[in-house]
Ligand binder design. Sequence first.
Ligand code: NAI
Length: 454
Amino acid sequence: MVYDLIILGGGPAGYLAGERAAHEGMKVLLIEERFIGGVCLNEGCIPSKAYLYAAKLKDGAAHGEKYGVIAKETRLDHAVVNSRKDKVVKVLTGGVRSTLKGLGVEIIEAHGEIAGKSAEGYEVLAAGEKYQGKNLLISTGSTAAMPPIPGLKEQFEAGFILTNREILDLKEIPGELAVIGGGVIGLEMASYFHSAGSKVTVIEMLRQVGGPIDPDIAALLKKNYEKKGVTFKMGCKVTRIEAGRVIYEENGAEQSAPADKVLLSIGRVARTRDLGLEKIGVLTEHAGVVTDEKMKTNIPGVYAAGDVNGKSMLAHTAYREAEVAVNIIAGKKDKMSYAAIPGVIYTNPEVAGVGETEQTAKDKGMDVTVKTISMRYAGRYIAENEGGDGIIKIIVDNKWDRLIGVHMIANYASELIWGADALVGTSMTIEQIKKIVFPHPTVSEIIREAVFQL
Ligand code: NAI
């Protein structure tokens, strides 16, 4: 049997590619060595959202007096949170599996490796068998970066250091949790474990949290978490790990943070090893498998989508890249655009942004107008956020009078960013946006308000 498409890796890129390819009438084989659903469904996006929702409910009740809600005792029962998290994961991964099976996608749960090329197509080995595919999609994702910090490997093996995988399996809430890296994973996990009762210290090498997000929003996010009681060590580089403590450098002096557990969240690396890529000459560079805007690699018929190409390590990017790859295989016209990919941090308050930031627009030499307003212009925000200090920042390209960036810190930001994404992605003009009727009262009205305040 020669498959039209063999997919290596069943995360968001792989499973969606399987679905879309089956819809196109292709005969598809999907090979997954761990769990269908990948990091996102099993040990990333989805389980962390189950954690964060529980934390939000608990924190809402604990600080409910100002809303007239009196709760005698508020605490997170981590065992219950964990079992609900497992249930959520099971429902979703089960759904993906049955959708794929329903569409006739064959699934092999084993390690897959490219063996070479024959007249029929590419040969892939899995579970002792050889399979042939006319096309290949590499969607093997990424793993947590493990830099050569002295003591890190030993302490990871000893269970003191955790990555996104192990932290979602902790049975007990650590008394003290040190988080190395104040990026997306670090902040989301700091948020949950703080709410669950850990004393949390975030050690971040840069001067701002949240990576490349808008600096004003990053500062507000940090301020909100400092107010809750999370400690931040900014501009601090971790130099060594010992049992029970993380040693870091602060202004040239050695300091240490005691901890019961340590989360390592300093980025991810593309998973390109042990795939046999070299057998057919697929080009890789430091970031991952090299792809073009059609998700093609340098080898005809071989595509790569998702974290493995290192372009934008987000599940929603992976979905779209997978669709582009399948469309190209199916002979349709399509190409990937990275111009309007939303980024979200599911903290409380949430952070979401899309398009250019003030800085990236200026770096590109664009003539822009930047307008920042308080979220308090939205009635629903005031009704639901006593003392809230959220903001929205919009970036307008003066040359074309178009919205090119929207950045927010406020609850619901994660759910309303897709709308901003549509405005930015379709290059709507400010005059066109002004004519959109937004539902009232919603936090989304803040976009309309910001546009009218330009
Ligand atoms: P990240 O790239 O978001 O953040 C890593 C942070 O670690 C950076 O701020 C960096 O300056 C810092 N850092 C690096 N080396 C350090 C050192 N030696 N000492 C102290 N700090 C150091 O990476 P993260 O949080 O691990 O997330 C990985 C990937 O997962 C990202 O690509 C992210 O997009 C994705 N993800 C997305 C989520 C979302 O969309 N909400 C949630 C979780 C993860």
